[in-house]
Structures are given as structure tokens and as C-alpha cells.
Design a binder for this molecule. Structure first.
Ligand code: FE2
Ligand code: FE2
Length: 258
């Protein structure tokens, strides 16, 4: 039994009152900074987030912060400006355009020194936020599959009785575009991932990468895919406001008007 249900029953049996979980957070994704007009749009979206009529607890950036340009100090400075300008705290995880197979070791070191850890766990209003670097599960050219497996298995097992929202970059479902289904995650990894999420009763998975609005289920676990800030393929820049109430997650997508 998940801990909030246990606490609720305990409080009801003992006549105690319980404050309902009810909070908002924002997801931004795929900023691809210092490319086209993405830095300008990102700065304006930061202002939009700061002016939302909701009390935003935190912002999660689900990766592709950069456009293959983590070595470019101007792009890193854009990231610092975004982080400093946002009123809520910003949590970030890496995407496939942040850590590239070419020069991987140096990029990982730079990311960890200047942007943040590859994986991290945050806590907000009795909910654990697991931010996970999942790209090695999809890209077999990357070396860290076993390390990443160990980290996520250990973390989810430790949080098995807690409420967990899991954030990562590249959805595990096939990528559908140009009227074709593109299998990206190896099938064996897709099954591993779905089994792991369901075994540990993760409440929801939240990703970016597709630069499209999608919703799926991995077994019983809902998968939310947010559209991007970057305007590739004629997409309108957008971000999401999520509302979490007693284990239920809903969202609104906010569209940017230049
Ligand atoms: Fe992207
Ligand atoms: Fe991506």
C-alpha cells in the first residue's frame, strides 16, 4: 500500500484531519539554446511562467537544453540566465542533444560541473520527483547502460511505497512521424522499462524529445509527452502547467505568441 493511502486511512480511523495534496508545477523541454530564436523565446517563456496565476512549486526541464553546443559558453550562459530568472526552482536533466556520443566523457564532466547531476531525486509535498538520464537506454553507442540501470532500479525500489513522478527525456514508445513508426528504444529495453515502472508503481512518467503533444500508457503507468520550446518543424513554442491533486495529474499546455 502506498504511504499516502496508509496515512489517509490512519487519520480517518483516528479522527485526525489531513491536508490535501494540491500543487502546480511547470514542465519546459527542448529549449535547444543559442540556435535560431530559441534563446529569445526561452527568455520570454520564463517571464510567462513567472506571471502565471498559479502558485508554481517548481519547474522541470526535461532535456535538450542545448543544440549540440554545451561547449559554447554563450549557450551555458543562456542556461544560467534561465535558471536565475525563473521564480520557482528549476530542476534539469540531460537529453540527447546535451551529451553526444562524440566527446562524451568531456561533455558529461562539463554537464555535471556546470549544469547539474545526470540523475537526481527531489521532494515536494510528499511526492518524490525522480529525474533520470535515460538516453543510454535508447542509444547503444553510449556507455552507461549498466550504471544507469543500477541507479534507477535502486532508487525506485527505495521509493516503492512512496508517490513518485519520473521525469526523463526520450519517451520509450515508438516515435511516429512522416506517417511512419520509428522504433528507437530497443524492444528489450522498452519491456525492461515498462516492467520496472509498473513493479514499483510509478504514478506518472513525464518526458519531452518528440517536440509533440502525446499521451500513452506503459502498462498501468501514464506517459505524458510535452511539446517543446524550440520551434523546429514549424511547431509553436509551448510549455505545460501540471496540477497534482491527491495522486491525480492533469495538465494545460500554454502556447507562446511571439
Ligand atoms: Fe529536442
Ligand atoms: Fe531529444
Amino acid at each position: 500500500m502506498k504511504r499516502p493511502v496508509f496515512i489517509l486511512i490512519f487519520c480517518l480511523l483516528n479522527g485526525l484531519s489531513l491536508t490535501a495534496q494540491d500543487f502546480y508545477f511547470v514542465q519546459i523541454t527542448d529549449t535547444h539554446l543559442e540556435y535560431r530564436n530559441h534563446t529569445k523565446v526561452t527568455n520570454e517563456i520564463v517571464e510567462s511562467i513567472n506571471n502565471l496565476p498559479f502558485d508554481i512549486g517548481f519547474v522541470v526541464h526535461t532535456g535538450d537544453v542545448f543544440q549540440d553546443n554545451l561547449h559554447d559558453q554563450a549557450a551555458v550562459n543562456d542556461f544560467y540566465k534561465m535558471k536565475k530568472s525563473l521564480n520557482p526552482p528549476l530542476y534539469v536533466l540531460p537529453g540527447n542533444h546535451d551529451l553526444l556520443p562524440k566527446d562524451y566523457v568531456n561533455l558529461v564532466t562539463k554537464y555535471q560541473n556546470e549544469i547539474g547531476p545526470l540523475n537526481q531525486i527531489k521532494y515536494y509535498d510528499s511526492v518524490y520527483l525522480v529525474l533520470f538520464y535515460s538516453i543510454p537506454f535508447a542509444d547503444t553507442l553510449l556507455p552507461d547502460v549498466e550504471t544507469q540501470k543500477q541507479w534507477i532500479e535502486h532508487s525506485l525500489s527505495r521509493l516503492k511505497d512512496e508517490q513518485v513522478l519520473l521525469f526523463h527525456h526520450q519517451p520509450s514508445v515508438p516515435d511516429f512521424y512522416l506517417n511512419k513508426v520509428h522504433e528507437v528504444w530497443p524492444k528489450v529495453m522498452r519491456k525492461y522499462w515498462s516492467d520496472l515502472l509498473n513493479k514499483n508503481q510509478v504514478e506518472a512518467v513525464i518526458t519531452g524529445h518528440f517536440h509533440r503533444d502525446e499521451h500513452h500508457y506503459l502498462g498501468d503507468v501514464p506517459l505524458f509527452v510535452s511539446p517543446s520550446i524550440a520551434g523546429f518543424w514549424g511547431r509553436q513554442a509551448s510549455y505545460r502547467v501540471y496540477h497534482y491533486q491527491e495522486g491525480k495529474l492533469t495538465y494545460q499546455t500554454v502556447y507562446y505568441n511571439e
